[in-house]
Write a protein that binds this ligand. Sequence first.
Ligand SMILES: Cc1ncc(COP(=O)(O)O)c(C=O)c1O
Length: 338
Amino acid sequence: MSEFTPSSLTAHLPRVRLAHLPTPLEELKRLRQTLQDSPRLFIKRDDQTGLATGGNKARKLEFLVGHALQQGADTLITVGGAQSNHCRQTAAAAAQTGLGCVLILSGPPIPRTEWVGNLLLDDLLGAEIVWAGDRPRDEVLAETTRTLTAQGRRPYVIPVGGSVPIGAAGYVAAVEELAGQLAQRREHVDRIVVVSGSGGTHAGVLVGVKALGLDIQVEGMNNFAVAGIAARVGTLAAETAAYLGLAIALADGDVRVHEAAGPHAYGTITPAEREAIRLLARSEGILLDPIYTARAFAQMVAFIRAGVYDPQETLLFWHTGGAAGLFARAADLMAEAG
Ligand SMILES: Cc1ncc(COP(=O)(O)O)c(C=O)c1O
């Protein structure tokens, strides 16, 4: 297991080692050549955090599982879609720490022989699956938690995406890690682009940047997972700062969330996502996921092509993982294949 990177902002919190840290910081030189008038581009490889194929939830889970163990929990319980990366990493974190894991997944049951991608991994990792059917999954979460408690188990509830202050703390620590890498390489980035899904990653990055006084804009790319995401990120950032005892003030304009281009609902794969995945894969050998990072990356590329960013600046795309989901969307990814 990997070593912790030093973190002064979160050092007082309970934490377990789950992620491979620090994740690599790489420059996307070939991609930059492919795009005309592009800023310099870096990528922070949180697709390489480990925990059963990597992703951003590994950083959140270090603090969430740390808290769960401190509370004496014996089971992690959380919610998500059938292809939730968060659920898959929660199952892996439970396996690694000897806890049970119950996943409440939206929608009707999928026959076991059709389990692919993250859902297949959930089973391999030993998670118990409860299908929410047509009921609100938070209602099923509350009910299942009561049932587990009545059975004598000690469940620890992780809300969707782990996007609560304890989870977001993982991304405050992540910014310290990044700041250390940049300082060591005498580099500076002007802008961080990150997915805004349930908001915890974006909020944590924002708090980290503010707490360290870094001159970096943080831009969230909305993927329509949660309504009113900008307000949610603002609230969660304030709560995270308060939880960590950080006196930071968020100014108007600090919470920047862009609508992803195109009229697409959460989970829809359009030509923009298909092109983004192939562009990064074929120029740099790096895999995006089909839902979150593909949409965010596509939006960033669209902005670069439209000249929205000054070519003199340096951009960092924070890769939040999820490539396991590619294997569940082959038909959509091969449609109109380029
Ligand atoms: C691959 C990937 N990237 C980004 C996100 C969004 O992160 P957050 O929920 O912290 O906004 C998710 C959320 O599930 C994800 O699976």
